[in-house]
Write a protein that binds this ligand. Structure first.
Ligand code: IMP
Length: 199
């Protein structure tokens, strides 16, 4: 029988990527929606790991199953790591990313290249029914560009410049983004951790 992992996200776009990386002939990855679970979880942690653990643990306690959850965001060094864990809530959840991104470009208007460093961070937590918690964290390093560019991706991708690629994150194909991204890398790290656990 296939083993079942629950992934605590309601985002179907993410689920596709998660299934591609974590699912295999032995493991079935199920979203909360597929499992018919509704959980209103307050993400009040101060780090990405804390938030991922809060989500994974809450759903594990509700279901008794192995539960994974992620938390991600953008850290801008010149803004002391902001928006960080508040990336989704920055300037209000209803504010468009066009406006959020324009505001960030404005804040960094006269900031030179070497001070524009930034990274996307993704932490994934796995809560086991025996109470153990496994975590991993990966980043995609880059810098805040001088303009908004590209049609792919979402959120802060149009202002995130990748010097190694010579393009903005929103200009990457979905395949290339998965290869380089904080989330793609964290999912592959978690896959290795779970394999180490015999899953
Ligand atoms: P979540 O924890 O994955 O839901 O991400 C929280 C927020 O971080 C998102 O709403 C985005 O604002 C930002 N974010 C996370 N990953 C990315 C990315 O790959 N590109 C652009 N923005 C991202």
């Amino acid at each position: 029988m296939k083993k079942r992992l629950l992934f605590a996200t309601g985002n179907e776009g993410k689920m596709r990527e998660i299934r591609m990386i974590l699912g295999n002939s032995d493991i079935e990855v199920i979203s909360l929606k597929d499992a018919g679970i509704h959980a209103d979880i307050v993400e009040d942690g101060t780090t990405f790991e804390e938030n991922a653990i809060i989500k994974a643990k809450t759903v594990m306690e509700m279901t008794g199953e192995i539960v994974l959850a992620d938390d991600s965001g953008l850290e801008i060094d010149f803004l002391d790591g902001a928006p960080g864990v508040y990336s989704a809530r920055f300037m209000g959840t209803d504010t468009s990313y066009e406006i959020k991104n324009a505001a960030i470009l404005e804040k960094l208007l006269h900031v030179p290249d070497e001070k524009r460093t930034a990274r996307f961070v993704c932490a994934i937590a796995c809560a086991m029914p025996d109470g153990r918690i496994l975590t991993c964290r990966e980043t995609m390093e880059g810098m805040i560009g001088y303009e908004s560019r590209g049609e792919n991706g979402f959120g802060y991708d149009p202002i995130f410049y990748l010097p190694g690629c010579g393009c903005y994150s929103a200009e990457l194909s979905p395949e290339k983004k998965n290869e380089l991204s904080h989330r793609g890398k964290a999912l592959r790290s978690m896959r290795d951790i779970l394999q180490g656990e015999g899953l």
